[in-house]
Design a protein around this ligand. Structure first.
Ligand SMILES: NC(=O)CC[C@H](N)C(=O)O
Length: 227
């Protein structure tokens, strides 16, 4: 499986994402600059964390207009897996590919620590290697991770099982502790925590690895001929 790791000016988790896919999973990955006009050769699109365009205006507010976003949209429409982590999640909401918005943390501070997450829905292409309800430990590092949406959107997310991860504790003010959501079709996931920073015991834990393994497993099952 071949992944594109999209690099915006100011991305800083692109190397971790590349490392997770290439070195820990053994899959193909390439860095793709933010003005790329063609993502057709990739099977999965990864939007990494960071400070795209210096977080000016709002995190992700400028990156949503990057040339590559038309291609990301096309990939999403084609049903390819699109994963946005932290700044990548912010970009996906700004671009309208996922509902809601990420506001500043309720204490108005940048926060960096490992947090408990609950897998609310393991019936997705990103979470099939987790148990339903499993609690995992994943690092967070954000200033604008406070997920907000209105009541109608929340009810819709809830009814459709689009809430994929919640925080064990409320530390940033997110509505109903939402940490990650998926689109209706089930191929675009955005999450604030960083699974790509939790792929080996050497760096403090590997609870994030199953997310990447899930993507590859699902892809193999649908692309390998059973003839
Ligand atoms: N690690 C990240 O991607 C951080 C995202 C964004 N710059 C924020 O502070 O919220």
């Amino acid at each position: 499986m071949k992944f594109a790791v999209i690099v915006f000016p100011g991305s800083n988790c692109d190397l971790d994402m590349y490392h997770a896919v290439k070195d820990e999973l053994g899959e193909e990955a390439e860095y793709v600059w933010h003005d790329s006009k063609d993502l057709s050769s990739y099977d999965g699109i990864l939007l990494p964390g960071g400070f795209s365009y210096g977080d000016y205006l709002r995190c992700g507010a400028i990156a949503q207009f990057s040339g590559v976003m038309d291609e990301v949209r096309k990939a999403a429409e084609a049903g390819k897996p699109v994963l946005g982590i932290c700044n990548g999640f912010q970009i996906l909401t700004e671009a309208g590919l996922l509902p809601g918005v990420l506001l500043r943390n309720k204490n108005l501070k940048f926060m960096c620590r490992t947090v408990g997450l609950k897998v609310e829905n393991n019936n997705t292409l990103f979470t099939n290697e987790y148990e339903q309800g499993e609690e995992i430990q994943i690092p967070i590092a954000h200033g604008e991770g406070n997920y907000y949406c209105d009541d109608a959107t929340y009810n819709h997310l809830k009814e459709n099982n689009q809430i994929v991860f919640t925080y064990a504790d409320d530390f940033n003010g997110s509505r109903n502790n939402i940490a990650g959501i998926i689109n209706e079709r089930g191929n675009v996931l955005g999450m604030m925590p960083h699974p790509e920073r939790a792929v080996s015991e050497l760096i403090g834990g590997k609870d994030g690895l199953a997310l990447f393994r899930s993507i590859v497993k699902q892809w193999r099952e649908s692309h390998v001929s059973h003839a």
